[in-house]
Design a protein around this ligand. Sequence first.
Ligand code: NAP
Length: 159
Amino acid sequence: MTITGIVAVDRNLAIGKGGGLPWHYPADLKFFKEQTTGNACVMGYRTWLTLKRPLPGRLNVVLTSRAEVEPRESVVWLRDKQSALSLGVYLKCDLFVIGGAQIFEAFREEIDRWLVTEVPLAVEGADTFMPQDFLRGFGPRDTRDLGDGLKVTFYEREG
Ligand SMILES: NC(=O)c1ccc[n+]([C@@H]2O[C@H](COP(=O)([O-])OP(=O)(O)OC[C@H]3O[C@@H](n4cnc5c(N)ncnc54)[C@H](OP(=O)(O)O)[C@@H]3O)[C@@H](O)[C@H]2O)c1
């Protein structure tokens, strides 16, 4: 099982503002869908709240400490990182870590590859960021132009 981090960052590594995504780029959403469909997506509770419904065609794994959760089709609620990793071992698909910042941080050591979309903006008032060194130990392998000034880089762990 490969564990992939997938994230879109602005010029200052911002990823969120006011609990949501600070931009709307259909080309990036399409790329996200293409990459993650058929796989499991691990997310934090706050990122779950930004979705209108579970991501279709994917196992939605939501991490939360709360005891009361709403049963939803194709959603698994887990309380800790280790449970998500254990689940992953039994899945015949890949695990995508889709955010937000807390979840990226929690899975930092386990992520094998990163798909990073660079968004050509410097968002004013952003409140959620990737750490400056989140790609330390990773090297670029490939890039893809998504249009609208968006560039994706595929990074793999070195060594
Ligand atoms: N640009 C992008 O690619 C991208 C991707 C995803 C999200 N985002 C943005 O990022 C922001 C949200 O990020 P965030 O860091 O604030 O929140 P988050 O990581 O989405 O969710 C945080 C919540 O997840 C739960 N959690 C975190 N770590 C956990 C652990 N180890 N075990 C169990 N539960 C855990 C906790 O929920 P409880 O409090 O319920 O216990 C915590 O409050 C939003 O603005 C969103 O739009 C951007």
